[in-house]
Write a protein that binds this ligand. Structure first.
Ligand code: HEC
Length: 125
């Protein structure tokens, strides 16, 4: 009898801490930024695509239309269906061109590589 009571108490504590963890997790979601709002719309794909996250974080979509990343800008060429090679995209991101700013000084070579891989793949879909 005594054992059962203490067993119930332990269960009760476990439940309370699980509820705390859940509360903390939803709190973290509340303070997250706009990029996370986009990620929430497509949770699985966003988590699997650091390239899309970079595209959103660096506001490429304010000038470029790219459906997969929610970009709808018309300052630069539409990237959907543009069939761009990765090397070409790497060059544009690194050096810019005309009204397109260069990101070579802001992004690391690894980030540029990730972003160019993503943009090139999306443009060839
Ligand atoms: C201020 C607006 C602006 C932003 C922000 C911007 N671009 Fe551009 N982008 C342009 C313009 C304008 C061009 C066309 C340049 C030209 O050919 O004269 C362009 C060209 C490109 C091209 C070549 C497309 C083609 O078909 O020739 C790629 C790829 C590209 N941008 C990717 C990106 C990525 C990735 C980002 C985010 C890191 C980005 N752009 C951010 C304006 C922008």
């Amino acid at each position: 009898m005594g054992d059962k009571v203490s067993g119930r108490k332990v269960f009760g504590l476990g439940f309370a801490s699980a509820a705390l963890v859940l509360a903390a997790a939803s709190g973290a979601m509340l303070v997250s930024g706009p990029a996370d709002a986009a990620a929430k719309a497509k949770p699985k794909a966003a988590a699997a695509s650091p390239g899309r996250k970079l595209f959103v974080d660096w506001s490429c979509g304010s000038c470029h239309t790219l459906k997969d990343a929610g970009g709808s800008g018309h300052v630069g060429p539409q990237l959907d269906g543009a069939k761009l090679s990765k090397a070409f995209v790497t060059g544009r991101i690194t050096n810019g061109q005309g009204a397109m700013p260069s990101f070579g000084g802001s992004l690391t070579p690894k980030e540029i590589d990730t972003l160019a891989t993503y943009v090139s793949a999306q443009s060839n879909k």
